[in-house]
Write a protein that binds this ligand. Structure first.
Ligand SMILES: C[S@@+](CC[C@H](N)C(=O)[O-])C[C@H]1O[C@@H](n2cnc3c(N)ncnc32)[C@H](O)[C@@H]1O
Length: 481
C-alpha cells in the first residue's frame, strides 16, 4: 500500500519544531505522530494544525507538554518478565563467562524513567555480587526526553512503581522512605545518564549488552534502520542487542543474527559498510564518532550531579535547566523548565534585577550573601551569575551557581558574638581591677589612719598613766601629812 500523502499543514508544524525548537520529529511514524498531536489538540480544544502552530508559538510551555505526549515514557521494572528471566539465566552468565574479570558495559537506549536500567543492574549485581558489580559494571542510560531522564537520575519510585520487584530484591536494592523507594545509591552511581537522541547523536561504543526496547516502534522503517546501524556499531563483536516484544527486523539485509527470536535477542550479524547506512536523509549526513560517552553527555551529567546548585536561564528570562542539587534546594522539578524565572519562588527571592546584570567583558558577577528562606529554614548563598555566549558572541542566557555559605556565615556570626562577649568581659574585668585598686588604696589609707589613731591612743595611755601615777603619789603624801 502506498504511504498516505503528507498533510502540508502538519508538515509545517514538524518543520517549525525542527527549525525553531531543535526537535526533529520528521523520522517518527506519521500515523503515531498525528494520533498524539490530535490527542493533545483535543485537550486544548484546538481543531486544526495552523491554530495549534500559533498556540505553540505563543505558549512557551506547550512544547514540553507536546513532547510528553509524543515520547510516551511507558515503562516498568522487569517489564515483560520472561525476557528478564532469559537475561538472568542465560545471557548475563554468558557475558560474564565471555570476559572474566573485565569491565562489562551495558546501555539502556530509550531508558524512560530508569526502571529498565535499574532492573538490569539488579540482575548484574545478583550475578556478580554487589562489590564486584561496583567494580566491573559500567552502565549508560539515555533518552531523548529530559523530563524522563530527571526521574531516572533520581532513582526514586512510588509503592506502585516498585510492585513488580521481588520483595527480597526490593529490600536489598532499595532504601525505603516514608512514601517512596530509593535505588541503592552506590550502584546508582555506576550509571551515566545522558540525553541522547538515537536518530541524531553518535552512539556509545564497545557495549556488551544494549537494551533498546519499545523505542523503534515509533519510527518509520528508514529511521529504524539508521538506528539499528548505530546500535550495531555500538556493540562489541561479542555483544547482544535486546529489542521490545513487538519489535522485529523488517529489513532484507540481516545486520543482526537472532540468538533468541522469542525474546528478541540478537547478536552482530554482517559486518557493515557504515557509510551506506548512517544517513537518514542525504541532506543531513550524521557523523559517527567513537566517544564513550559523548562529550555533551559527559558535561550534561557533570552539570546534573554537581554538588553546587545550578540554574540555566535563557535571554528571555525563562528557566532552561536545573540540576539535582538546585531541585532539592529550591523545590524545583523539570516541570518548571520553560517557566519565567521571576514566576518561581527562587526567582522572586533573588529579585528581578538578577537577570539584568552588567557583564563586564563576559566576566561573571558574584552577588554575595543572598538569603533564601523556606518554611523551615533560612540559607545564605554567594551566587555567581555567568553569561553564556554562542560561537558568534551572541548572548544566549545566563547560568546561576549557588555556593552555600550558611555554615560559614553562622560561624562568623558566632565568632563576632564571642568577640563582643569577650570584649564586654574584658571591660568588666578592667573596671573590677580599677575598683579593686581603689579599694586597696582606700584600705591603705584606712590602715594609715588606724595606725595614727593607735599611736595617738598609746600617747594618751602613757599621759594617762603619768597622771594616774602623780594622783596616787599626791594621795599618799596627803595621807602621811
Ligand atoms: C515506551 S518508552 C520505553 C522505555 C523502556 N525502554 C521500556 O521498554 O520499558 C520509549 C522511550 O523512548 C524514548 N525515545 C523516543 N524517541 C527517542 C529518540 N529519538 N532517542 C532516544 N529516545 C527516544 C522516549 O522518550 C521514551 O522514554
Amino acid at each position: 500500500m502506498p504511504p498516505p500523502k503528507p498533510n502540508p499543514e502538519f508538515e509545517a508544524l514538524l518543520d517549525y519544531l525542527k527549525h525553531n525548537r531543535g526537535c526533529d520529529l520528521t523520522g517518527y511514524k506519521r500515523s503515531t505522530l498525528i494520533r498524539r498531536f490530535q490527542h493533545r489538540m483535543r485537550q486544548l480544544n484546538i481543531e486544526d494544525y495552523p491554530n495549534y502552530l500559533e498556540y505553540l508559538q505563543f505558549h512557551i510551555n506547550e512544547y514540553r507538554a507536546l513532547l510528553n505526549e509524543v515520547l510516551i515514557n511507558v515503562t516498568g521494572f522487569f517489564r515483560d518478565q520472561a525476557v528478564w528471566d532469559y537475561l538472568s539465566v542465560s545471557l548475563i552468565p554468558q557475558i560474564i563467562r565471555q570476559q572474566p574479570n573485565q569491565v562489562i558495559r551495558v546501555w539502556s537506549a530509550g531508558c524512560a524513567g530508569g526502571q529498565e536500567i535499574y532492573s538490569l543492574l539488579i540482575l548484574l549485581a545478583e550475578a556478580l555480587g554487589i562489590e564486584s558489580c561496583l567494580q566491573r559494571v559500567q552502565c549508560y542510560a539515555t533518552d531523548a526526553d529530559e523530563a524522563a531522564l530527571q526521574q531516572a537520575r533520581q532513582g526514586i519510585y512510588s509503592n506502585s512503581e516498585v510492585s513488580s520487584i521481588h520483595p527480597e530484591w526490593l529490600e536489598k536494592y532499595f532504601q525505603r522512605t516514608e512514601s517512596n523507594y530509593i535505588f541503592h545509591p552506590q550502584l546508582r552511581r555506576r550509571i551515566i545518564f545522558g540525553r541522547h537522541n538515537l536518530t541524531q547523536d553518535a552512539p556509545i561504543s564497545k557495549i556488551d549488552l544494549i537494551l533498546c526496547r519499545n523505542v523503534l516502534i515509533y519510527f518509520n522503517s528508514n529511521v529504524q534502520m539508521a538506528i539499528l546501524v548505530r546500535l550495531h556499531f555500538a556493540l562489541k563483536k561479542t555483544g547482544f542487542l535486546v529489542l521490545g516484544q513487538s519489535e522485529t527486523f523488517n529489513h532484507h539485509r540481516a545486520i543482526f543474527t537472532a540468538v533468541n527470536l522469542k525474546h528478541r535477542v540478537y547478536t552482530k550479524g554482517l559486518a557493515l559498510d557504515m557509510k551506506e547506512h548512517l544517513f537518514i536523509s542525504p541532506k543531513t549526513p550524521q557523523k559517527v564518532t567513537v566517544e564513550p560517552p559523548s562529550q555533551s553527555c559527559f558535561w550534561q551529567t557533570a552539570f546534573e550531579t554537581s554538588p553546587v546548585a545550578q540554574l540555566a536561564v535563557d535571554v528571555n528570562g525563562y528557566l532552561v535547566s536545573t540540576n539535582e542539587q538546585a531541585n532539592r534546594l529550591f523545590g524545583l522539578s523539570c516541570n518548571d523548565w520553560q517557566r519565567p524565572l521571576q514566576d518561581l519562588e527562587v526567582g522572586k527571592q533573588l529579585g528581578f534585577q538578577i537577570l539584568n546584570q552588567p557583564f563586564h567583558r563576559h566576566h561573571p558577577v558574584v552577588l554575595r550573601n543572598l538569603e533564601w528562606s523556606s518554611l523551615t529554614t533560612t540559607k545564605y548563598f554567594d551566587v555567581t551569575i555567568a553569561p553564556v555566549y554562542d560561537a558568534k558572541q551572541k548572548l544566549l542566557g545566563i547560568t546561576l551557581a549557588f555556593l552555600e555559605i550558611t555554615e560559614g556565615k553562622k560561624l562568623r556570626e558566632k565568632l563576632e558574638l564571642t568577640n563582643l562577649e569577650s570584649s564586654a568581659l574584658k571591660n568588666t574585668l578592667q573596671s573590677l581591677t580599677s575598683e579593686l585598686n581603689i579599694a586597696q588604696i582606700e584600705l591603705a589609707s584606712v590602715r594609715q589612719e588606724m595606725k595614727l589613731l593607735e599611736d595617738t591612743f598609746d600617747i594618751d595611755r602613757s599621759i594617762n598613766g603619768s597622771i594616774d601615777e602623780s594622783i596616787d603619789r599626791n594621795k599618799t603624801n596627803t595621807n602621811s601629812n
